[in-house]
Design a protein around this ligand. Structure first.
Ligand code: COA
Length: 158
């Protein structure tokens, strides 16, 4: 059984992330979306809220082989613990490559048995980022086409 993790800060998860997740779920038997913290970022939503939004999005998109979890540790160590062989990441533009290259190298240093797999964003999703969604929302722009319904609900609740 091929198991993969899809780690990220997902603050919040967007339709750009969902595009990657849907495609990855067709390649792997099981995918675990892993809410992890990026030490250099301060988060708008706490880990429990991010997990809740993703849980609902998985139901909304009917992804039967996808689960969600969170970690305060290293993503690679989590992958090892749950028996995942691959780590999924998305690439939107050339500018993502340098960061991803370094992250993959750091992860490889930690554990060479976990391989990274990259999916290219679809063109129309390539401009989406979590911070752009946050900024658009704060300035009153309709973000309903950019995020799953669960995310929109959480913004309104906050
Ligand atoms: N669609 C939409 N947005 C995308 C995207 C896509 N396909 N791919 C990337 N992004 C955006 C995210 O929205 C996010 O935007 P933001 O900066 O505005 O928040 C940005 O790209 C990068 O976010 P993400 O992919 O979540 O990565 P990250 O840099 O926030 O976090 C972790 C990366 C969480 C996977 C990494 O920090 C991690 O594994 N942390 C745990 C500790 C660890 O193992 N560190 C590695 C060894 S040092």
């Amino acid at each position: 059984m091929k198991k993969a993790i899809y780690p990220g800060s997902f603050d919040p998860i967007t339709n750009g992330h969902m595009d990657i997740l849907i495609r990855a779920s067709k390649v792997f038997d099981e995918v675990i979306v892993l809410v992890a913290d990026n030490a250099s970022k301060s988060h708008r939503f706490n880990a429990a809220q991010r997990v809740e939004m993703i849980e609902e999005a998985i139901k909304e998109f009917k992804l039967s082989n996808v689960k969600v979890d969170s970690t305060s540790g290293l993503s690679v160590q989590y992958a090892k613990k749950v028996g995942a062989s691959h780590m999924i990441r998305g690439l939107r533009a050339v500018s993502d490559f340098e960061y991803e290259f370094q992250l993959a190298a750091a992860n490889e240093y930690i554990d060479q048995t976990i391989d990274c797999v990259f999916f290219m964003s679809h063109n129309e999703k390539a401009f989406i980022s979590s911070s752009a969604v946050n900024e658009l929302y704060e300035n009153g722009v309709d973000i309903s086409k950019l995020v799953p319904a669960s995310v929109l609900k959480m913004y309104k609740k906050k």
